[in-house]
Design a protein around this ligand. Structure first.
Ligand SMILES: [Cu+2]
Length: 121
């Protein structure tokens, strides 16, 4: 959540510091029981790009991108818009935590549902 707040304050400053090659990446993740639709399982970006992600799920839960410290709470069939800067290069996986799990499984992730690839500029 800290990243999102930072991004908001940066956008007020007009992104003046951002590398000129930085692009805007639009991506969707439509989740069905924690799985992404075909064709949405890979998001490619370059370092410093800003990723605008639309998340929707048929069940409530949290989408996590741990390397970026993103924890996106989503209600059933709600469309959630999130944006963040691709500040780190590498391959990172999105994981889903459904709300509807019994306590013994609460802390477990489902299998990674999508991958974010961030390349150097
Ligand atoms: Cu997690």
């Amino acid at each position: 959540m800290k990243m999102i707040k930072n991004l908001v304050s940066l956008s007020i400053m007009g992104f003046s510091y951002v590398h000129v090659n930085a692009a805007q990446i639009n991506a969707n993740l439509n989740l069905t029981s924690g799985l992404a639709s075909a064709g949405q399982q890979l998001i490619k970006a370059k370092k410093d790009d800003v990723i605008y992600l639309k998340v929707k799920s048929n069940e409530s839960g949290e989408l996590h991108l741990h390397a970026y410290q993103l924890e996106i709470k989503v209600s059933e069939n709600e469309v959630k818009d999130v944006s963040f800067k691709a500040f780190a290069t590498g391959r990172f996986t999105f994981e889903w935590h459904p709300n509807k799990v019994n306590n013994s499984k609460q802390m477990h992730h489902k299998e990674p549902l999508a991958t974010l690839e961030v390349f150097p500029q």
